[in-house]
Design a protein around this ligand. Structure first.
Ligand code: GLU
Length: 395
């Protein structure tokens, strides 16, 4: 009966990150010794002080519906966080709390895009940006970049990609999957182009802001001329090891926040009440409380870069943040390895799954067909073992 499904769902691709994670889980369930480096998810536990706030919220009977856009004191904590970390002034009526940053992004796309509008996606980009744009009946255009420019686009490329139909552009720094970080100067140069096109809105996804290894993080909305048309998206999943708690949020112009509130009110209502209370504890804590995770990610990044860099055919950038490496593996295209013909990054990723029991995600899902994404949010021992197996599979 699948032909009875709507065109909407039929045209929607499956999330490649979640699909690979599911596949890895399934193979593990069959008893295979899979190392899953597919999902972008910290392998740490949520810090105790956050868990305790959640337990307290249960005892305090936070068990009924919250306001659709989030508890007022959480929105105030978010405003204080924007001020402290991003030098951004938002008022609570500019903030909407959602069930993960993914819902925040979907809300924004749904309230801003009309059929036929164009979305610009500097590539590589997170898999769901394109899918959510399709869901909103817009079309999307990739602005390609390669490892030579550290996977960043130039103002000239941006200018050339804009058409009268362009309505929204997604920025994501630190970037998933490349880990690249746009400097203030680079963002200002891109903003100069956007200043000439006042009908374009900017979604700045800053979910990885705290996972940065020394480079400063600059918020796009901190550019004065961009503030009124930028939606800043963030959440607690990555920095606080809270992926399953599902709390994301936006800071946006009031009229956009109001529309997102209306959209969410018809689809999910307010986000989980206990998770919202715990998020207050997370955001009010000094950032130094989570530095141990960032330090650990940095150690792993350095180790993985060194180990993978020693494998011939892996070309790597140095990711400034997030917890992924994104090697260009196009040197393997056209080769046959252990009976597998390697024509694409998907072929390569399948080779690693089948011959090395290592789950990665193909770069094609991120608009970068020469690369694969490897998450290093795994233990050092697992990462060492994974690289050994990769080496073996390729030998
Ligand atoms: N954002 C993470 C990733 O890219 C989690 C999975 C997802 O929602 O795509 O792996």
């Amino acid at each position: 009966m699948s032909n009875q499904l709507s065109d909407r769902i039929n045209s929607l691709p499956i999330s490649a990150t979640l699909a690979m994670a599911a596949k890895a889980r399934e193979l593990k369930g069959q008893g295979k010794d899979i190392i899953s480096l597919s999902l972008g998810e910290p392998d740490f536990n949520t810090p105790d002080f956050i868990k305790e706030a959640a337990v307290q919220a249960i005892h305090d009977n936070y068990s009924s519906y919250s306001p659709v856009d989030g508890y007022l004191d959480l929105k105030q904590a978010i405003c204080a966080k924007f001020k402290r970390d991003n030098n951004l002034e938002y008022q609570p009526n500019q903030v909407v709390v959602s069930t993960g940053a993914k819902q925040s992004i979907a809300n924004v796309a749904m309230v801003l895009l009309n059929p036929g509008d164009e979305v610009l996606l500097p590539a590589p980009y997170w898999v769901s940006y394109s899918a959510i744009s399709i869901l909103a009946e817009a079309t999307y255009k990739e602005i390609p970049s390669t490892i030579e420019t550290d996977f960043k686009i130039t103002p000239e490329q941006l200018e050339a990609a804009i058409t009268p139909k362009t309505k929204l552009i997604f920025f994501n720094s630190p970037n998933n999957p490349s880990g690249s970080i746009y400097s203030e100067e680079e963002y200002r140069a891109l903003a100069k182009v956007l200043e000439k096109h006042p009908n374009i809105y900017i979604l700045s996804d800053e979910i990885y802001e705290h996972i940065s290894y020394g480079e400063p993080i600059f918020s796009f909305a901190a550019i004065e001329s961009m503030y009124d048309r930028t939606i800043t998206v963030n959440g607690v999943a990555k920095a606080f090891a809270m992926t399953g708690w599902r709390i994301g949020y936006i800071g946006a112009p009031t009229w956009i926040a109001k529309a997102c509130n209306k959209m969410q009110g018809q689809i999910t209502s307010g986000a989980n009440s206990i998770a919202q209370r715990a998020t207050i504890a997370a955001l009010e804590a000094p950032v130094s409380k989570i530095q141990y995770m960032v330090d650990e990610f940095k150690n792993r990044r350095d180790m993985v870069l060194e180990l993978l860099g020693a494998i011939e055919g892996f070309e790597l950038n140095i990711p400034g943040g997030a917890f992924y490496v994104f090697p260009d593996i196009s040197a393997f295209f056209g080769k046959e390895i252990k009976g597998h013909k390697i024509e694409t990054a998907s072929d390569f990723s399948m080779l690693l799954l089948e011959e090395a029991n290592i789950a990665t995600v193909t770069g094609e899902a991120f608009g970068a067909p020469n690369c694969i994404r490897i998450s290093y949010a795994a233990s050092e021992a697992q990462l060492r073992e994974a690289v050994n197996r990769i080496k073996e599979a390729l030998s």
